[in-house]
Ligand binder design. Structure first.
Ligand code: SAH
Length: 362
């Protein structure tokens, strides 16, 4: 029987700010400096195993780990592609809910694609996760734990290519990150806080991808954490975008683009526009021109476009655009002066590529 899908995941060290960690440690009857020791083990050594914490007395570490490091993520399956440099992990959460994350190693950088929700409520018809509906939000620690596990695998040399470091994170796994704002922003704080309070990653190497929840984009712009924003546009006109990204009926193309432009103003971070190219759906030359016009009318140098060849999801009637059509789409955008790079489709053979994360039942 599955455990009941109710309530919140148990509180975990990674949910807590440095101040809250001190409170939690003292509430367990331990000295406050233990909080820093635990943070060093967790964020620097990437471990939550009491056996590794040899600078703490045995009874102390057992009590602290039991109280502050409940197991949140259990790996149920891993799939590899690209000679082991792409690894998809299917996780069971404490209540039996499943999510996935995908690690992609390139020369000189490693990127983890993380999930922020189990399922998704945004219902984009071309996206595998969108077909499932929303099961629940992940907690901060459930997000951080995906990252800690990946960083640990890399640092221990478990990933093809020898020991390495996790450099980049993209919130492009399951879920709409800005619909789980609090947990996502708190996880970002853990990622960018200098070690040992956090993982010491650079905010610019963290990408938050959104369907375009305008008030949340504005809020993110005011946080003072210059993460990279990706806007999943997929169409430059409201008629088609409302079909592909249903939330467009709430915040239109122009409203989403205005918010993206304001995000650039506030953070100085160039925004990415995501555009899944779907054959005969949104890949017309005139749409490339309309997109080019809408972007350049809002200024220069603030945006680039990532066309993504559609990964057809099971049962979908849609396919990726023809190569020649894709090439024309790209060259039209470039002729408007818009930097444009086609996204690679790493991991598509293990259903680990964009929009294919849909944890199927065994
Ligand atoms: N909810 C966030 C994160 C989703 S996944 C968002 O919508 O931005 C990251 C990207 O993959 C999004 O741009 C999403 O639209 C895209 N995507 C989803 N399904 C896809 C598919 N089948 N083929 C190509 N890209 C897809």
């Amino acid at each position: 029987m599955n455990a009941p899908r109710r309530g919140k995941p148990p509180r975990h060290f990674a949910d807590l700010s440095p101040e809250q960690r001190v409170e939690a440690v003292t509430a367990l009857g331990e000295r406050s400096f233990r909080a820093k020791q635990l943070a060093t083990h967790y964020f620097t050594h990437l471990t939550a195993d009491p056996a590794d914490m040899t600078d703490l007395p045995k009874a102390t570490r057992d009590a602290l780990v039991e109280g502050l490091f409940p197991p949140l993520l259990t790996p149920v399956r891993t799939l590899e592609a690209d000679g082991g440099t792409t690894v998809k992990t299917l996780w069971h959460l404490y209540d039996g809910v499943k999510v996935e994350s995908v690690l992609m190693r390139y020369t000189g950088r490693s990127t983890l694609c993380v999930s922020s929700q189990a399922g998704c409520g945004m219902a984009c018809p071309f996206c595998a996760t969108g077909q499932q509906g929303l099961t629940r939000n992940l907690s901060t620690a459930e997000i951080v734990e995906q990252v800690r596990h990946a960083a640990r695998s890399l640092s221990r040399g478990d990933i093809a290519g020898g020991p390495g470091r996790l450099s980049n994170l993209v919130f492009m796994g399951m879920g709409e990150p800005l619909a789980n704002y609090r947990a996502v922003i708190d996880s970002v704080r853990r990622f960018v806080a200098p070690t040992p309070d956090g993982l010491g990653m650079s905010a610019r190497n963290v990408t938050v991808s959104t369907v375009g929840l305008v008030p949340a984009i504005n809020k993110l712009a005011a946080e003072g954490i210059p993460v990279t924003l990706a806007l999943s546009l997929h169409a430059p006109d409201d008629e088609l975008r409302s079909e592909l990204v249903p939330i467009n009926t709430r915040w239109s193309v122009d409203e989403a683009l205005d918010a993206a432009r304001a995000y650039f103003e506030a953070t100085g971070r160039r925004v990415s526009i995501e555009y899944a190219l779907i054959k005969d759906m949104n890949d017309h030359a005139w749409r490339a021109d309309l997109l080019g016009t809408k972007l350049t009318s809002r200024g220069k140098g603030w945006v680039h476009v990532n066309p993504i060849p559609l990964n057809p999801t099971p049962g979908s009637i849609w396919t990726a655009s023809e190569r020649s059509v894709e090439a024309e789409f790209v060259s039209r955008l470039r002729s408007h002066g818009i930097p444009t790079t086609v996204r690679d489709t790493r991991g598509s053979d293990i259903d680990g590529a964009c929009g294919q994360l849909a944890a199927e039942e065994e």
